[in-house]
Design a protein around this ligand. Sequence first.
Ligand SMILES: Cc1cc2nc3c(=O)[nH]c(=O)nc-3n(C[C@H](O)[C@H](O)[C@H](O)COP(=O)(O)O)c2cc1C
Length: 125
Amino acid sequence: MGHWVGTFRPVIDSDPTTYWDSRANLYRAPAIAYLVLDANPNSWSIYDLGAFSQTLMLAATARGVQSVPSYELVKYPAIVRNALGMPADKVVAMGIALGYEKPEKPLNQFRTDRVATPQVLHIIN
Ligand SMILES: Cc1cc2nc3c(=O)[nH]c(=O)nc-3n(C[C@H](O)[C@H](O)[C@H](O)COP(=O)(O)O)c2cc1C
């Protein structure tokens, strides 16, 4: 995450108005998927939810829909719960904004890099 912030920062600084405006307005997304767990989720549930999130985003991508998983969408969970009529014992775990990017916007042209495969994959014979 530290590396991501470092590489994304110059992009933010090149157009801070758009970045902060986008964040403050829930990325101006036409739809947001809220992923919800029961209270006190165990590690397996959190693992499952992460896997589900990835599948949801891949399915969206396959349909030409872009996605942004973001803490910004869940940082005021009481407001989300209230707006969606969600029971108090549910945890608003993550939000994924869904929509169609404007490819000409520099913010949308940013692509994260990846560490070299050998840094994360160790094959033991
Ligand atoms: C759990 C989670 C929370 C995130 N929260 C934010 C956020 O609050 N603000 C933001 O700008 N990006 C946030 N991101 C990062 C972006 O949504 C995105 O995942 C990141 O740019 C990596 O993009 P990539 O899938 O192209 O590698 C978050 C990502 C994850 C996985």
